[in-house]
Design a protein around this ligand. Structure first.
Ligand code: ADP
Length: 640
């Protein structure tokens, strides 16, 4: 790269001409030239050549003196020093004063050419290096700024998620906006009321007067435009403008958008003194900050909502007459209302403790133990210390654990008791007149001949009386069993009881041509009431025969398992529809279908079975497939 300006200072015109003609001109350099040291110095100072070729010995001012003057004035210009043969000492001095090279006269033009080339190359490289350094520095500054921006955004992000007070977060957002956009002031306005007003929620560097004024109508302010359009507005460049009622040089207003893109407010920065206006990058940063403000506001709203719901729920739980306990999946108590606390006599500090540790009621403990395995609602009755009875239900709740609900059924239990007593009394009192009716009806044909139709009527009356008598016996039995009367327990062998019941039912089964299977096996003794256990088997066998078609089979088996006796009465009869199965042990419940229509029954048999088995500390259940058959199973504990 030629074209640089080279100044040659030499009092020898001959040398000047040679250098100019042979070296500089062919090299394409611009030439400045003088024969005088003083003149040379002046030209250097005024014209700043790229290179100086400086002779030592000149009239007026020597080359060294020129170098010294340049050094004193701190002028950086590359100099090639020319000196005569034999004065190398001067050359050393010239180097010390900053010369880049020296040539000893006489020199070959190529020597000069090479020296010029070398020095200028050095100068060019230095210039390039300086340029690179400058750019590097710029890039560094940009990077540093970006880092600062990132740090500021990150810090805001953290304050938003760390659930700080909303006011604090919003103020931080505005402070960050002022810092990142290098603005003088900043503020955050939020839409309030019916969406007509913008109210100041946070500000940085705003004076009090401005703060007072910052309640804007959405329809008539510049901020209103942002809110209506949902787009940023940037004003700047040029002389002061009146916007939003006060004087600014530049402003940027950014909409604050809720997650559903609804505009909920506006973040603004302004410059009043400085003239710097805001660019796209500023708008980007401010938009990120506006998003953070939106997130903080949304969080606060959700929190408020959740808190309101929680308070409502707490109030309901506090007031309700039902006991409620919420457990997590490991059955730690999350929540316990006063009713539950009082009913179960729980300590004050139950929250966070294991349910099994604080709930001492036996039936509840059983339910709590069974719950994790069964994953369905379990029910039990709980008698508490103050005499009340609760119906307790433990249900699994997805994502929470379990909830235990307890309804006070004391008065229902009492009503039930009164009703049972009443039924018992009435049933008992009905028996006597019924016996009388039955007696006289059976005497009718003895006191005179009855015609065929009269005989048929008498049979119908007798059958009806029989049904009523059965019903009354069942009712009385149930009342007695539930009240716990006549339940003297003794050691017995269940296989004896089963054998008797089976034998007693053989004629009935034979009548329907049914096969009745039973293989007697010796079993350990149990403690029980033989009459009542016989009643259980009579009921189950009676049902099996009743609800199995002619030619079917009934099979009874009994075996020992886990310190219990298991008895199964199976048939291949009509079966029980799935939807009826949960209710068949309830009082008076009978399956209503075409198949059962003509079968007589009271609907009390299975209720009696269940009562008796439970009185013996056992359990009974049914498995049945409609059309295929039914199996009733009961288990009784073996005597200790
Ligand atoms: P019921 O006096 O009507 O037999 P239970 O209480 O003994 O009353 O039985 C209730 C209902 O359960 C019956 O009405 C019947 O529908 C059904 N059931 C009982 N045992 C069987 C069985 N072995 N097969 C089919 N259904 C049965």
């Amino acid at each position: 790269m030629a074209g640089e300006r080279v100044l040659i200072i030499d009092d020898s015109k001959e040398v000047r001409d040679v250098v100019c003609d042979v070296v500089l001109k062919p090299g394409g350099y611009q030439i400045l030239s003088t024969g005088n040291g003083e003149e040379g110095l002046r030209m250097i100072l005024e014209q700043r050549p790229d290179l100086v070729l400086l002779d030592e010995r000149m009239p007026g001012m020597t080359g060294l003196e020129v170098l010294r003057a340049l050094k004193e004035q701190n002028v950086q210009v590359p100099v090639i020093f020319m000196t005569s043969f034999g004065s190398e000492g001067l050359a050393v001095e010239a180097f010390r004063l900053g010369a880049r090279d020296y040539l000893i006269k006489p020199f070959e033009p190529e020597e000069m050419e090479r020296a010029i080339e070398r020095v200028l190359m050095e100068k060019r490289l230095r210039a390039e290096r300086d340029e690179l350094m400058r750019r590097l520095q710029e890039a560094n500054q940009r990077l540093e700024r970006q880092l600062q921006e990132m740090r500021a955004l990150y810090a805001i992000g953290r304050s938003v998620t760390s659930q700080l007070d909303l006011e604090v977060v919003l103020t931080r957002v505005v402070e960050a906006a002022v810092f990142l956009a290098r603005a003088e002031e900043g503020f955050l306005l939020l839409i309030e009321g019916e969406g007509e007003d913008l109210i100041l929620r946070a500000a940085k560097n705003l004076d009090d007067n401005t703060v007072q004024e910052l309640r804007m109508r959405v329809e008539d302010s510049l901020a209103g435009e942002v809110v209506r359009t949902g787009k940023p507005v940037v004003v700047g460049e040029g002389p002061s403008k009146v916007v939003t009622g006060y004087l600014v040089n530049a402003l940027a207003y950014i909409p604050v958008l809720a997650p559903d893109r609804r505009v909920i407010g506006m973040l603004g920065v302004t410059n009043r003194q400085a003239t710097r206006s805001f660019n796209d990058h500023d708008v980007q940063l401010l938009s990120a900050l506006a998003d953070y403000a939106a997130i903080a506001l949304e969080n606060a709203r959700l929190y408020e909502e959740a808190e309101t719901e929680r308070r409502k729920l707490a109030a309901v739980l506090q007031e309700t007459a039902e006991g409620v306990i919420v457990l997590d999946t490991r059955q730690r108590i999350l929540l316990c209302n006063p009713t539950a606390r009082q009913a179960l006599d729980l300590p004050d500090d139950v929250i966070g403790r294991l349910a099994a540790e604080v709930i001492t009621n036996r039936s509840l403990q059983e339910v709590l133990r069974a719950a994790p395995k069964l994953r369905r609602t379990l029910r039990t009755e709980v008698a508490v210390k103050d005499g009340r009875t609760f119906n307790a239900q433990l249900s699994p709740v997805e994502g929470v654990g379990f909830v235990l609900m307890m309804q006070d059924i004391t008065h229902l239990k009492e009503l039930d008791r009164i009703k049972s007593e009443f039924v018992s009394t009435v049933s008992h009192d009905l028996r006597t007149p019924l016996t009388t009716i039955l007696g006289y009806v059976s005497l009718l044909d003895r006191v005179g001949p009855l015609n065929e139709q009269q005989q048929e009527f008498v049979r119908k009356i007798q059958r009806s009386i029989e049904n009523i008598t059965n019903l009354i016996s069942d009712l009385l039995d149930l009342g007695r069993i539930e009240a716990g009367y006549e339940l003297e327990m003794e050691p017995l062998h269940l296989e004896d009881v089963i054998a008797e019941a089976v034998e007693a039912h053989r004629p009935l089964a034979a009548e329907k041509r049914q096969e009745l299977r039973w293989e007697r096996r010796e079993l350990p003794a149990i403690t029980g009431n033989p009459r009542r256990l016989r009643q259980v088997l009579d009921n189950l066998l009676g049902n099996a025969i009743k609800y199995t078609q002619e030619g079917g089979w009934i099979a009874v088996e009994a075996y020992e398992e886990n310190r219990h006796i298991v008895v199964r009465v199976a048939d291949n009869g009509i079966g029980i529809p799935l939807e009826d199965q949960p209710y068949i042990f309830e009082r008076f419940y009978r399956v209503q279908s075409e198949e059962t229509e003509d079968i007589q029954g009271t609907g009390l048999g299975l209720t009696i079975v269940k009562s008796i088995i439970e009185r013996h500390g056992g359990r009974v259940w049914v498995e049945s497939q409609p059309g295929a058959g039914t199996t009733f199973t009961f288990v009784l504990p073996i005597a200790a």
